[in-house]
Ligand binder design. Sequence first.
Ligand code: PMP
Length: 386
Amino acid sequence: MKIEQDIIYLDNAATTFPKPEVVYQAMDSFYRQYGGNAGRGANPLARKAAGLVDETRVLVSAWLNAPEVIFAPSATVALNTVIMGAGLRRGDVVYVSPFEHNSVLRPLEHLRKTVGIDIRLLPFDKNTMACKLDEIKKLFRLEPPSMLCVSQVSNVLGLILPVNELTQITRQVASDCIILVDGAQAAGLQLLEMSRIDTMVWSGHKSLYGPYGIAGIAFGTSWRPEPLLRGGTGTVSESIDMPQEGVSRFEAGSQNISAIAGLNAALKWLHQTGREAINDHIQTLTQALTNTLSDLSDVTVYLPSDRNQITGIVSFSVNGIKPQMIETALGAKKIAVRAGLHCSPWAHEFINSTTQGGTVRVSVGNFNTEHDIEQFRSIVESVVCT
Ligand code: PMP
């Protein structure tokens, strides 16, 4: 496939691009052949759309190994649903990792100001980037968590957080703590122990290779938030209360069915391609990127001691040059990356890159090749070393 102006796209953390060809086809044929509204009536087109939504729900559940999945228009809406609907009260302690996105931090900050929750940072070692699990256990005993919010993978550093270990510790100390995993960057890439995770937010347009406009929550336990939105669901319409049971409680309003059609095709493609094959490819490219950047003088690459603890994303900066200037210079040579704070201000505090304007983030996806990394290498050398 020919990409706009032959650009080498290395901004897959913003959204994976391109999508598998079947995604484009499925979205096109939805609107041309059966564009009915799911759950709104029993006419053949409405039924076909409803079948597609049901099938996609089953595919997402299977891919994420989660018993129940609901749809939302974006990861941001899904994260707000969980955080705003968790019934947090004054004095409740919410622990977050230093790598959380503003879609987690801003709703929490709103609750800190309006309700009086306390936000605490989980300790990570600044040199090795390792999570200090023993210290966390002690902290949890002193101030038990009401809620834990952790990303599966940092959208700035590509760091894989020890979600399974953290949830295990949490459950030992505070069995009723609400656990929220932000899986926007990596849902499905590594399997999580969902039986300990109340909610895992996923995004259709990133690691699932689907389109914009579809995301959701995977529920691993029986805990449910209060719904964020209320409105028509096509069910129990005689009542002006939201349904108390089932997925429609969280799905007010018409669904984005063309996006769901695209996601459906993406999930079948993921299943066919295989989790391991995708991961192996991304891991190979990530290590090639890391080696390329680590070889350059005047370049700082933000890496954990264990280089295998990152996936897909590498952040770097160049002595004396603003990240935004590097982004522009690479863009002029047809390399797409993203500079700045990437909506995760505390991750930049953690690596001490806030005052320099953040980092340049390079992120790979399944459709990048080793040739892309070689071209990136020669262009970044020419930009950085002149
Ligand atoms: N969380 C993380 C870790 C992200 O990387 C993003 C997107 N950058 C989001 C949440 C929000 O996703 P969206 O903008 O698609 O709602």
